[in-house]
Design a binder for this molecule. Structure first.
Ligand code: FAD
Length: 303
């Protein structure tokens, strides 16, 4: 049976989406396509592919997004940033996606080429921030009315460059007003963090869906190194769970799937129905988390 025949019907009404990164080598390319094929029967709402700073990285993103559009039944979204490009160059990428049947963009300001934590300097002829990029995408191909579906980022624990909660929420509202359809959160580990953010956002007039971004990273040491730079924190109980497992990748994977599924379950218990998984191109982790949540193909449930 092909993936198309497997009508998705989550008994608990959950919707999921998956984020991938573009492969850097042949081996990684194989892993990505294995992941794509194994996750396709879950029938995600969309799958997205991240965007880097260098030319070759960007080419890989474009190629991956277009290949997903051409060779699978998935609905791909291309991440797009304002970094190191003119408005025309950014919109040319968007147009190329449009021509390839890619109708969804995750619109970001992005990090500078030097990496997270470095100061962002807009390109002289470029979009200065994600609000301008969203507006640019909205205005693209005016003859179509609404051209792309546009998702944006948001930060339940504040972005490192944040000027405080009022500014953070006003800024998210500005992305919505510019035309964003959905916000995807930075990863977090405590449901209270999400619900407090949701409350602030709704009080500030943000009405678009705010989809929790769920991290599936079993390399806890690696995660520890980047959290502060990306606007997230790691709770002490998480350190305890991974303690002593530096050399035991298998057990770390099991813990990661369980932690993610438990977080999603707690969110679902309070009404959240949509989840975006940062898969890091690991099929097994994303699949086991979805199965733990009851988000699996109908055929698998019937078996
Ligand atoms: P923005 O949301 O535009 O700005 C970041 C923060 O700066 C805001 O949250 C706010 O605190 C502050 N800020 C900026 N302007 C204002 C203003 N005018 N008023 C008030 N506050 C302001 N990076 C990549 O390089 N490639 C990717 O593919 C990628 N995908 C991502 C996907 C998601 C879902 C998330 C959450 C992040 C992703 N990132 C990606 C990381 C992102 O690029 C970095 O976090 C970057 O530092 C900010 O980009 P942004 O679009 O979130 O920025």
């Amino acid at each position: 049976m092909s993936a198309v025949d497997q009508t998705f019907d989550h008994e608990n009404g959950l919707t999921v989406s998956f984020e991938f990164f573009p492969p850097k080598s042949e081996k990684m390319e194989e892993r990505l396509w294995e992941t794509v094929q194994r996750l396709e029967p879950i029938d995600p709402a969309f799958v997205s592919v991240t965007y880097g700073a260098g030319g070759s990285t960007r080419e890989r993103t474009h190629d991956t997004v277009k290949r997903i559009a051409q060779e699978t039944n998935l609905r791909p979204a291309g991440h797009l940033t304002c970094v190191s490009a003119t408005k025309e160059e950014v919109l040319a990428v968007a147009e190329d996606y449009w021509q390839a049947g890619v109708k969804h963009i995750v619109a970001l300001r992005g990090d500078p080429p030097e990496g997270m934590g470095a100061r962002f300097e807009p390109h002289p002829g470029g979009f200065r921030n994600s609000v301008e990029l969203v507006a640019g995408l909205r205005a693209h191909r005016p003859e179509l009315g609404k051209c792309f579906e546009v998702s944006v980022s948001c930060y339940p624990e504040l972005h490192p460059e944040s000027q405080g909660w009022d500014a953070e929420i006003s800024y998210l509202k500005a992305k919505q007003d510019a035309g964003a359809d959905r916000a995807i959160t930075q990863f977090f580990f405590e449901p209270e963090i999400y619900f407090a953010f949701l409350e602030r956002a709704r009080a500030g007039g943000v009405t678009i869906p705010i989809v929790p971004g769920i991290m599936l990273q079993p390399n806890f040491k690696g995660l520890t190194k980047i959290v502060g730079l990306c606007g997230a924190t790691l709770p002490a109980w998480l350190h305890d769970l991974y303690e002593g497992l530096d050399e035991d990748a298998e057990t770390r994977e099991l813990i990661t799937a369980n932690v993610a599924a438990e977080l999603c379950q707690k969110l679902a218990d309070q009404g959240v129905r949509e989840f975006h998984f940062y898969t890091l191109n690991r099929a097994g982790l994303a699949l086991s988390t979805c199965h733990l949540l009851g988000a699996k193909p109908k055929t698998a449930r019937a078996a």
